[in-house]
Ligand binder design. Structure first.
Ligand code: FAE
Length: 547
């Protein structure tokens, strides 16, 4: 997990629970520590969810990066917007006083409609980690297709709720291969800076990084990379570093230093809830309906579109199906969500004029994970920040960019852990299985081999130099590679193929794609900055010309 795993609740200093109950509310914290710790207060969803039979000018499906950029810019341009989100609002604490569950102690909040957890890292020291939970509309979806499990965030904020916060702009020389029809000068001159600013991206203070226990694992990773001749680079992130410094000092409730990430982060991470969605709320023009899932979009008799929406309860059951009409629909359900919707809508005749590119060009961003077993004299540290800050760039020579990821178990593991993003050439396709009534993906597990080969260009060399070996206990029994999953689904409605060069779906006016589905399978680094920047570019054009 780039971001994740298992940490003992090693809260030192102030116990978070005592802190919350003791102050009455998290707002009270500000008075105690001097300034607000940016505790997640959540964003209030619409007081009343969208009603059946209403007409809305613009409907945005999904509240992740693409959807949030679209809603903000449309609202700023004077449009009234409704956002529909299948996941929960994540604005209400559970019985433990926290909104989000700890990564080491998954509970009902942790997984989307599963009765057993499916943790990305399934084993540790020979012990399986998964456990039974109650079926609930939890935050992390481990969606299983034939050859791959695709992890996605569910809730208001989409993937920003669960991701590692690594906010990486690709190297400009790689951009032509990422989005070949997009003007790189515009992206690097205008839209990447706009995205980085909107997301609150910053880089760790290198002097603090060098001095603090919680990044010992990353310093060990840097040392090993550099001794083998690989460039190490600091990776920007969307964490409040000042808050993390105070976590390390024991002055505030711990979040990154308590291993929080995969099932949400209660304090320091600047998820979309604290950036774009906070600004969306301030416009007063956007309403959000959580636990509402779009199932159908079809042309309405008098123009515009009719949208069917299932309202869900927290057991995932449909309580009511609503019919809404709208002039414009933005598909921002994520690469998988948007692709599944569109292939279904085309195949079932709801949107038959969508072209044959729908569902194609899907890739896993070349994700593959591995661990290395270090020597006893090379400890990686008991307390590991869940926010990665370093990467090893071997893209040009070996086709791999590896993030040095934490393994925050709360005990010394002598392990180095990595999520590599690799130049994997395989692209899969979503198709509609009419008999089963669902979309399928034809990715094959064997297609991960090029990713493994690329990652080995880094880690075989480091192992040889250091006299170390791969860990074999993290993904099963005697299994080196985490090659069963991706955190970074991309494609399925590729820019300038399924859509025009700004995300307008071919075949229909007033339908747009504005999320990771536009990107043809790989970004060479972690994807959310590119998804955000592309959305900023496209919505600017759409507002200027279509509205
Ligand atoms: P996304 O953020 O997935 O939002 C789509 C939203 O649509 C979700 O909230 C869905 O619940 C909702 N939705 C889906 N279908 C429907 C429907 N039918 N009706 C209503 N709502 C629907 O899409 N990326 C990085 O750059 N850096 C990282 O460190 C990083 N770490 C990650 C760690 C994990 C564990 C995971 C899962 C992902 C990570 N990512 C990371 C990937 C990143 O979060 C992802 O690329 C973006 O969230 C995708 O943004 P989209 O706007 O495409």
């Amino acid at each position: 997990m780039n971001d994740a795993s298992m940490q003992d609740d090693g809260t030192k200093g102030v116990s978070r629970r005592r802190f919350i109950t003791g102050t009455g509310s998290l707002l009270g914290v500000a008075a105690i520590v001097g300034h607000a710790p940016r505790a997640w207060a959540g964003v209030r969803a619409a007081a009343a969810p969208i009603g059946s039979g209403v007409h809305v000018p613009v409907l945005v499906i999904g509240t992740g990066y693409g959807g949030s950029v679209a809603a903000l810019r449309l609202a700023e341009a004077g449009m009234d917007v409704h956002m529909v989100e299948m996941g929960m609002a994540w604005d209400t604490p559970g019985a433990d006083g926290k909104i989000f569950a700890n990564t080491t102690r998954p509970d009902d909040r942790s997984f989307w409609l599963r009765t057993r957890t499916k943790q990305p890292l399934s084993n540790f020291l020979g012990f399986p980690l998964d456990k039974d939970v109650n079926r609930h509309t939890g935050i992390l979806d481990a969606e299983e297709f034939g050859g791959i499990t695709v992890y996605q965030g569910r809730g208001v904020g989409g993937g920003s709720l669960v991701n590692g916060g690594m906010a990486v702009t690709p190297r400009r020389e790689n951009f032509g291969a990422i989005l070949p029809t997009v003007n790189a000068a515009e992206m690097y001159g205008t839209y990447y800076p706009r995205a980085n600013s909107g997301l609150g991206v910053t880089t760790i203070d290198p002097a603090w990084f060098d001095s603090v226990d919680c990044y010992q694992y990353a310093r060990v990773g840097r040392k090993h990379a550099q001794r083998s001749g690989f460039p190490f680079l600091f990776v920007p992130a969307v964490y409040d570093w000042d808050y993390m410094k105070r976590e390390a000092a024991g002055a505030v409730p711990k979040s990154a230093l308590d291993g929080e990430i995969l099932y949400g982060n209660n304090h320091g991470k600047k998820s979309l809830q604290k950036t774009y969605i906070e600004r969306i709320r301030a416009t007063g023009r956007v309403t959000i309906s959580p636990l509402h899932k779009v199932t159908t979009v079809t042309p309405a008799p008098g123009g515009g579109y009719t949208v069917l929406i299932d309202q869900l309860d927290t057991g995932g059951r449909t309580t009511v199906t609503k019919t809404v009409t709208t002039d414009k629909v933005f598909f921002a359900a994520g690469s998988v969500g948007t692709s599944k919707l569109l292939v279904g809508l085309k195949a079932t005749g709801a949107l038959p004029l969508l072209n044959d590119e729908i569902g194609r060009g899907w890739g896993d961003n070349g994700n593959v994970m591995c661990g290395r077993a270090n020597h006893l004299w090379d400890p990686t540290g008991k307390v590991q920040s869940s926010i990665p800050t370093g990467g090893i760039d071997n893209w040009d020579a070996g086709g791999a960019f590896a993030e040095i990821a934490p393994l925050p178990t709360g005990i010394e593991t002598w392990a180095s852990f990595y999520l590599s993003i690799t130049k994997n050439p395989h692209r899969a396709r979503f198709t509609w299985n009419a008999a089963a009534g669902k979309a399928e993906l034809d990715w094959q597990t064997a297609w991960k081999q090029p990713s493994i080969d690329a990652a080995k260009t880094i880690f075989d060399k480091i192992n040889k130099k250091e006299g170390t070996i791969y860990r074999t206990d993290l993904f099963g029994t005697y299994k080196i590679w985490g090659d069963h999953l991706t955190y970074h689904p991309l494609g399925g409605a590729v820019l300038d193929k399924a859509t025009d060069n700004y995300g307008r779906l071919r075949g229909y006016s007033g339908l747009y794609v504005i999320d990771g589905a536009l990107i043809p399978g790989n970004t060479s680094v972690n994807p959310f900055v590119t998804i955000t920047a592309l959305a900023e570019r496209n919505i600017e054009r759409i507002i200027a010309t279509d509205l």
